[in-house]
Design a protein around this ligand. Sequence first.
Ligand SMILES: [Mn+2]
Length: 498
Amino acid sequence: MKNLIKINSCKRILNISNRGIFINNNNVFLNNNNNKVSNINKRYFTNSNIILNNVKPLAIGQPTHETHPHLLEKDEVTKGIKKEEFKERRNKLLKPFAIGSIVVLFTPPEPMMSYDIPWDFRQNTNFNYFTGFNEPEAVLVLEKTSDVDHISYMFVRERQEEKEKWDGPRCGGENVNRFFGIDYGYNLNETQTLLKLLTRNPEKKLYCNIVEWNQLFSKLQGISEFQTFNIEKILQQCRLIKSNSEVKQMLNSGEIAGESFSEVMKYIKPGMNEYEISAYFEWNVKKRGAKRMSYPPVVAGGNNANTLHYIANNQILKDGDLLLMDAGCEHWGYTSDITRTFPVNGRFTEAQRKVYEAVLDVNKKCIEMCVAGESINSIHDLSIQLTKEHLKNLGILHDNNPNTYSLYYPHSIGHYLGMDTHDTIDFSYGVTLEPGMIITIEPGIYISKYDQNVPEEYRGINIRVEDDVVVSQKNESPLVLTYRAPKEIKDIENIMNK
Ligand SMILES: [Mn+2]
């Protein structure tokens, strides 16, 4: 109480309001939402470490409704996702744990490109899913208090006027509750508070995303006798089935990338370089609000597409060749992953048309199979059977060896998709699909230019058609998120020859 008076009198002297005073080096904060005052030992304040929140609008290290009303509705932490949904996610995460358990998630500092130049920071996917917080270097601590509730604590980088002048605003512990609905916010340098929380569990067990944790543990004295458990798979389990608001964000991402594909189809001309197409796609998704591309795109003209992960993207696009382009975007944390194959000059040749129709047929039949009760494996089996039939009809597959097909179709029909491109990677493709899961359907036929066993007309034709699909109930049609990217030959040729 004595300390509180000291702060209040200080505020009067400085003539600032109750709204926010924060003295970062001393771990002291006061604000409207949380009148807690902690660890006030220092007897002096300097101008350099006082941030006057009532003078400047309160900005943090990511868009909020207050600073970016054109992007976020009231109470949205990230696009389309409100505080309550984040809290539900945290409750769901704690379901399998005993009351009193402590779950800890950590997100690392931003990686550096060179000396003091950072890479574009991408939040740890699980940390983003359970908090919506997008600044680097933070710790989330969840304490399960009952079967249906928990207390949440988040430790974040402290506000520092000097640093923020250069690098932009930070949230700071004092604003965590207000913007993220986490019960208690602290600054990362309050290590004693963190240690107290972590060591509260009498069983001396910590459940965490363990890989990134080692660095921090080494700094915390008194934690060494604790057993740590990697809960990566439990974290992913929560993300396997998407909520309605997540499906909406996935649809946004699929639509943005799909439209950008149709823009590329209008733009491409023989003689352009693959990197021009990559840049034009990136410009299109970013113009539509995407944060970044989902992955380095494959922009592969002609036989380059025989290399499945071709990302050099530096060859000239030739008249008469096909372009295989595999690209997607990340929009508010949700990714899309699309492949289209189209003729550089806008018209398919007869041979290209035949192989393309075969791949498209497999794509459509496999999409119909994205219903509850199937699995990625069972859909993959169908794709093998259909691809084999097509390869035989085209005169490409002759022998009866059951595995020769894999020379021309060497990969899986798809993967789980969500906040990560290869989402929930620890789950097997044998998992029974349920409504709300999202997977890619990406059959292909790849024929090397140098394959002497194949009729000459087909050599150098490499085709994949990939869509993102929401698994539906058994008697309903699956939702295709990537419908805006043309895939029928007539639609592709129409858009390319307008
Ligand atoms: Mn894919």
